[in-house]
Design a protein around this ligand. Structure first.
Ligand SMILES: [Zn+2]
Length: 381
């Protein structure tokens, strides 16, 4: 049985400190370059593989390819954080009372190390050959919605037998099996201006048009299926004494299934103007597809078997509203399991922390899961 030794935990914690103390806000290319170099160096020590750093529009994505065979399993993480440079002054690294704190502790500098240490542990116990076909991709723009890494994530995921994602787990060690898909729209209503006092009948009122649409759109949700459609920001008109010629309405929609995401999309595209003479133009669309549990359940089952064999607490599933890069991996058809990173809390908040007692369990679970998937692949998805 692969166990994560105390010596390995000491190494993990010293690397954790170096990663947290190398601040890496998504919007700072110089900070990201330094962080990518650090991830590359630590990763090379642990995987035995020299990484390639691919910088796209200032975002350095770090990739490790183990072995030379076809790519089989992708371990996916990100090294950017939501914290601006200078955050360390008020939120310094600490490892006390069983917790590691600091910017990115839980989202997801600890997750990167769990992935890399799982590979190191598996190498030590099973040898290099078993790991042929494993890739690790640590991106630099996840917190921005992955604008430059998305094609890389999708191309590596499309052919993979499994994608393991290292966002933090639930508070009791749950893994994430479903994330809602996100769609963002903007309706533009085009009317005609006229003097509101002198000849209002000559105008076509964009505000009235949007009012009709707001009430229609608000009916499109399906709460029982987890689908929300929220008419949000409205801007319309210029001055009180002018019939508004133009207005816009922003809409946020979230759905648990591709079918629901497509139903809402089609319904929004089918809306037509109500006010005579007005026109409706729809901008935007589906941003992230949902991570559906169908994409995760076979991997969850395998992870639960491994946890039991390791005598760990049971691995329970969790469904969440927000998206991650797991949505993109599942969107191209890959079996995908998320939430394999640290167990802690406070992501994007001042009390961000990772629990030290969970680190050995997480590394052992991922090493066991990875070894099992390589030796005994899941049936094709
Ligand atoms: Zn994250």
């Amino acid at each position: 049985m692969m166990r994560f030794s105390h010596e390995r935990l000491e190494t993990f914690l010293s690397q954790f400190r170096r990663l947290i103390e190398c601040e890496s806000p998504s919007s700072d290319p110089r900070a990201l370059a330094a962080s990518a170099a650090l991830v590359a160096g630590i990763g090379e020590e642990l995987t035995g593989v020299r990484p390639r750093v691919r910088t796209v529009e200032g975002f350095p994505h770090v990739r490790f390819d183990l072995g030379t065979g076809p790519r089989r399993i992708l371990l996916l993480g990100h090294h950017d954080t939501v914290w601006p440079r200078g955050t360390l002054a008020s939120m310094p690294f600490s490892a006390e009372n069983g917790m590691v704190r600091g910017p990115g502790a839980d989202d997801m500098k600890g997750g990167i190390l769990i992935a890399l240490h799982a590979i190191a542990l598996l190498r030590a116990f099973a040898g290099e050959d078993l790991l042929d076909g494993v890739s690790v991709l640590i991106t630099a723009d996840e917190e921005l919605g992955s604008p430059t890494s998305r094609p890389l994530i999708e191309s590596l995921s499309a052919g993979a037998e499994a994608v393991l994602v290292f966002e933090s787990g639930g508070a009791s060690g749950e893994v994430k099996i479903a994330r809602k898909g996100v769609a963002i729209y903007e309706f533009e209503a085009v009317g005609r201006a006229a003097h509101a006092g002198v000849e209002p009948e000559k105008g076509v009122n964009a505000t009235v048009e949007l009012a009709h649409q707001v009430l229609r759109i608000a009916q499109l949700g399906a709460p029982e299926l987890g689908t929300s459609v929220v008419p949000a920001v409205v801007h319309s008109g210029t001055t009180t004494n002018t019939v508004p010629a133009r207005g816009t309405l922003a809409v946020d929609s979230r759905a648990e299934s591709v079918a629901e995401q497509e139903r809402v999309d089609a319904s929004l595209r089918a809306l037509t103007a109500v006010v005579p003479g007005a026109r409706l133009v729809l901008h935007g669309g589906i941003n992230r597809p949902p991570l559906e549990d169908l994409s995760s359940l076979p991997l969850l089952g395998r992870a639960q078997q491994i946890a039991e064999a390791l005598d760990h607490p049971p691995v329970r599933p969790l469904r969440v509203g927000g998206g991650s890069d797991a949505n993109f991996a599942a969107g191209v058809g890959a079996l995908t399991l998320d939430g394999l990173g640290t167990v802690g809390g406070g992501s994007h908040a001042d009390d961000e922390h990772a629990l030290i007692e969970w680190i050995p369990r997480r590394v052992e679970l991922v090493a066991g899961l990875l070894g099992s998937l390589l030796e005994d692949p899941l049936p094709h998805h």
